[in-house]
Write a protein that binds this ligand. Structure first.
Ligand SMILES: Cc1cc2nc3c(=O)[nH]c(=O)nc-3n(C[C@H](O)[C@H](O)[C@H](O)COP(=O)(O)OP(=O)(O)OC[C@H]3O[C@@H](n4cnc5c(N)ncnc54)[C@H](O)[C@@H]3O)c2cc1C
Length: 410
C-alpha cells in the first residue's frame, strides 16, 4: 500500500515544527502530531545569542520577547554581582514560540493533527503510526521530536539514555527588573534558580542535577524567591515539573540518532546543555541539520555523522563547564572576587559571554587574562557598581540560605 504521507513528524515543539516546515517548503506532504500545541511548555524561554545567530528567523519574535542585557549572579553564600552581557539574549513565552513555529509550518502546507502518537512500526517499506484515537497513518519517513521523555526514542533507540535533569517552574507576575535576568547558584553546587522577565510575566524556576534535591524543597525555594521579589503567588499557579534531556548521556552514541528512514531530534535526542539546560537552540539546529542531510541524500543515514561533527565538541565543552561551574566553592569565589577585582569580574563576564554565545572557553580565559582597555573599563565599572548602575540588587534583601540552603540532600 502506498504511504499517504512523505513525513510523519511526532511532536510540534521547536524541533518538530521547524523540520516539518523545512520539508513542506520543498513540496513534501507532512503530517505533524501533537496533542497540546501550541502550549506553554514548562521552560525559561531563554533564546541565547547563539540561538539567535543560528536561527535568525527567531528575531521575528522581537516584539513578543524581552531583551536581557545584564545578569544578576548570586553565589551560594549570598554574594552577588551584576554583569553586562556582550550580546543580549531574548526571553519568550513558550506559548508564543510554539504558536509561531506552528503558524509557519502550517503556512508552508504542514497538516497538524492534535493527537498523541501511541505507537510506530516499520512495515512494507513504510512507517505506520497509530494515534491516540486508534487511527493508523502511513508515511515514508519518521521524525521523532516528542521531547525529553520521548516514548518513541525508547523504541527507536533503546540504547540512548540521556540524563534527565529535574526542574520546577512557575510564572509569577513580578521579579527581576526589565533587561535583567537572575541566576542564583544553589548550595552544594548542584544547579541554579533562574528568574527570566518575559512580556507580562516571569519564568522563575530551578534546575538541578538528578537525585540531588527533593521536589518539595525545590518548590519551596522557587516560592520563597518569588515571594521575596514581591511575587503575586496567589494568582501564579504552583510550580510545575518537567525534565530536561541533556547530552550528559548515560549511554548511547550518535549512531543511535538516525536510521535511513527515521531521525531523532532535539530533547528526544538528548541534546540539551547539561551545564545550563539550554535546549531550544539544539532543537532548531538539529532540525535544520536533519533537513539538510535529508536533501543531500534522500534519507537520514548521514545524520549521525553530521550531528557528531556539529555537536560533539559543544557537548564536551558543556560537560567541562558544568564540572567547573558547580565545583564546590568556585561560584562563591568568583562572584565574591568579582565585586572587588576587575580581573575576576572580567573572568565572570567572559565565561557568561562564552555560554551565551557558545564561544570557546580558551578564548574566554584569554580574554580575561589579556583584556584590552574597553573590556577592562567595563570590568572596572562592575567593581564600582557591583549592584548594577541602577543599584537594583534584590539579592541583598534575599536570604539565600533560607531560600535554598537547607534543601540539599547530599
Ligand atoms: C523548566 C525548563 C526550563 C528550560 N529553560 C530553557 C531556556 O530558558 N532556554 C532553552 O534554550 N532551553 C530551555 N529548556 C529546554 C527546552 O525547553 C527544550 O530543550 C526544548 O523545548 C526542546 O525542544 P523539542 O522540540 O525537542 O521538544 P519539546 O519542546 O519538548 O516539544 C516536544 C513536543 O512533543 C509533543 N509530544 C510529546 N509526546 C507526544 C506524542 N506521543 N505524540 C505527539 N506529540 C507528542 C509535546 O506536546 C511537545 O509539544 C528548559 C527546559 C525546562 C524543562
Amino acid at each position: 500500500m502506498r504511504p499517504a504521507w512523505d513525513f510523519l513528524v511526532v511532536g510540534a515543539g521547536p524541533a518538530g515544527s521547524w523540520i516539518a516546515e523545512r520539508f513542506a517548503k520543498r513540496g513534501a506532504d507532512v503530517l505533524l502530531f501533537d496533542p497540546k500545541a501550541p502550549w506553554e511548555k514548562p521552560c525559561g524561554g531563554g533564546l541565547t545569542a547563539a540561538a539567535l545567530r543560528h536561527t535568525p528567523e527567531l528575531l521575528e519574535l522581537e516584539d513578543e520577547s524581552t531583551e536581557i542585557e545584564e545578569l544578576l549572579v548570586v553565589a551560594p553564600g549570598g554574594a552577588s554581582v551584576v554583569i553586562p552581557l556582550r550580546k543580549p539574549y531574548r526571553v519568550v513565552s513558550r506559548l508564543t514560540l510554539s504558536g509561531w513555529g506552528l503558524e509557519r509550518a502550517q503556512a508552508a502546507g504542514v497538516r497538524l493533527l492534535r493527537r498523541a502518537v501511541r505507537s510506530a512500526h516499520f512495515d512494507h517499506a513504510c512507517w505506520q503510526v497509530t494515534d491516540s484515537s486508534g487511527v493508523a497513518h502511513r508515511g515514508r519517513w519518521l521524525v521523532c521530536a516528542d521531547g525529553a521523555t520521548s516514548p518513541l526514542r525508547r523504541q527507536l533507540a533503546p540504547d540512548l539514555r540521556p540524563e534527565l535533569a529535574p526542574t520546577r517552574v512557575m510564572y509569577p507576575s513580578s521579579g527581576a527588573p526589565p533587561g535583567r535576568a537572575v541566576f542564583l547558584f544553589l548550595p552544594a553546587a548542584k544547579g541554579y534558580l533562574w528568574d527570566f522577565p518575559r512580556p507580562g510575566h516571569h519564568s522563575t524556576g530551578i534546575g538541578v542535577a538528578p537525585g540531588t534535591f527533593a521536589k518539595g524543597d525545590l518548590d519551596g525555594a522557587v516560592l520563597q524567591y518569588s515571594l521575596a521579589e514581591g511575587g503575586d503567588n496567589g494568582s501564579a499557579a504552583a510550580p510545575r515539573g518537567a525534565v530536561i534531556a541533556t547530552s550528559a548521556w548515560k549511554s548511547g552514541r550518535f549512531s543511535d540518532l538516525a536510521g535511513s528512514n527515521y531521525v531523532i531530534l532535539g530533547d528526544a535526542a538528548g541534546l540539551a546543555n547539561p551545564a545550563t539546560g539550554e535546549g531550544i537552540d539544539y532543537a532548531f539546529r538539529s532540525a535544520t541539520l536533519a533537513a539538510d542531510v535529508f536533501h543531500e541524500a534522500t534519507g537520514f543515514k548521514g545524520f549521525p555523522r553530521a550531528a557528531r561533527k556539529t555537536f560533539a565538541a559543544e557537548m564536551r565543552r558543556a560537560r567541562l563547564v558544568r564540572r567547573w561551574l558547580y565545583r564546590p566553592g568556585f561560584a562563591d569565589w568568583l562572584i565574591t572576587r568579582s565585586r572587588h577585582s576587575p580581573r575576576a569580574a572580567l573572568l565572570l563576564m567572559s565565561l557568561s559571554d562564552a555560554i551565551n554565545e557558545h564561544g570557546s572557553l580558551v578564548s574566554a580565559f584569554a580574554r580575561a587574562l589579556f583584556a584590552g582597555p574597553p573590556d577592562l573599563q567595563t570590568a572596572q565599572t562592575v567593581c564600582q557598581c557591583p549592584d548594577g548602575v541602577e543599584g537594583v540588587a534584590p539579592a541583598e534583601e534575599l536570604d539565600v540560605a533560607a531560600i535554598t540552603g537547607r534543601s540539599a540532600l547530599h
